[in-house]
Unconditional design. Sequence first.
Length: 522
Amino acid sequence: MKNLTKINNILIFLFFVSLIILSGCISSYSAPMQTQQDLRQRFLDWWGRWGGAINVGIALVISITSLTWMYASLMQKEDLKVWVKSELSNLVYSAIIIIFVFTLIDLAAYLVTVLSPYTPILNEDIGKEWNKFVIITCQNQPPDNYKPCHIKIAQEYLQRLSYDSEKQINTIIRLYSFYSFVASLGVGIKGIIAPGDTFGVSPFMFLVPITELLNFLYDILLKNLMVIKAQQIILDLVHYAFFPYLLAFGVFFRLFHFTRKVGGAMIALAISFYIVFPLLYVFWASILYSFTGPWEININSIAQTKLYSEVNYGIPSLPLYDPDPNSLDYNPNCKNGKIEAGEECNEYEIITSNNPEKKQEIKILSCPPKDSSGNIIPGREKDIYCNWNNCRCINYSIDLDFKPREQLSKQNEKLELSLKSKLYADICYEKAKQDPKDAINVIGKMTMDFLKTIGQGIIEMTQGIVATGLMGENGLIHNVAKQFIFSIIAPFISLMASLASFKVMSELLGGDVYLAGLTRLI
């Protein structure tokens, strides 16, 4: 049985080692000295709050063991001497655990730059792009809000899912508003020959199934977005409160014999949810990146000098672009002079002007070209392109944005004609009051023209949206399913794996996994 337990522990350990290799990112080791100093300072800040209590605990343990040793020596109690040695060894073990935690996070900080470009699930090109995204995201953090890279990338992953969910919800709201309005339209005719009163039809009721489907997708996405936001809050709690306090409490309780199992369990819980749990998010992020990358990077928070500095810690350095303006596919506003696959150039924005003669102006978001050293190229100070990236990479499989208003506006002439036809039908009816049969014929003809002109445009647009926007490979249904997998199924697997790692580590740290029925939950 003991051999079987050891084999299980070894297999689980190998599983997490392989997970580290697959994820390609745990923490940030860019700018090594500054990162390590910040990390140690943060731990000292956390530790300082509990240093006094832990020092008192250490003093109590040493005092109790010293008195016990004296009593055991006096009374020749060998079993008490064994107990004293065990307690002192556990005291040393607690100190080793703290050093182990520091070393683990510090070592994890180095792995990001070594492993991220070689993540096996990514091909070479996407792997390099993923590596650049990881390095730039983890390097450029405000000093007063620094987070280890595995936490930062996990938050970026959830923020990406949140942004995509919001885009999908906005798309659904626009489509639902339009189709529910059209589906509710009806055509009524008053003044049918007595004793009749009115006659009405709802020719666009065939759109009701589409509105019901959109309503269903909206309900799923809204709940999905709430789950994502909750996970973001949980990650913040893990980083700012859960890990430091549980670690400090765990070390304190582990000093004493009668609370050792509780202390070991708290330390194991802190490590599992601070390293394993977000590490799995990084693993899912690398998979999502392989599907939807490259992702845009918010360059507003990154210093320009950072963009042109070489990053090299045993991995390929960041490529620095010097576009060739003579190239046929040269685009002066993209990061490498080209609009690549999956990119949409977004180098300008339309702003409202106070000038009454010109209500809108185009503001160019640009900067002069620079060489690999970060110096402006002589003679090209006024060029309007940015050497890094004024293009915003948009993932077309997520960022689908249907604009039914614009599509409907293409039918403006038909819409105006149909409205005139309705008015003409009313006039004809007034003129034909003495001849009800003629009036009915005229009204019927004009009504059919009205329905035909309106319905033809709506049907054509609906067929395109149903075939592509809803049922297509990159349609709403496909994207909602993708959101469901990466925001609910993947985190659930991460939670279960974290609990499993807690069970293994708790035993190794002297903790108890039978607390509060946790084993039953696992």
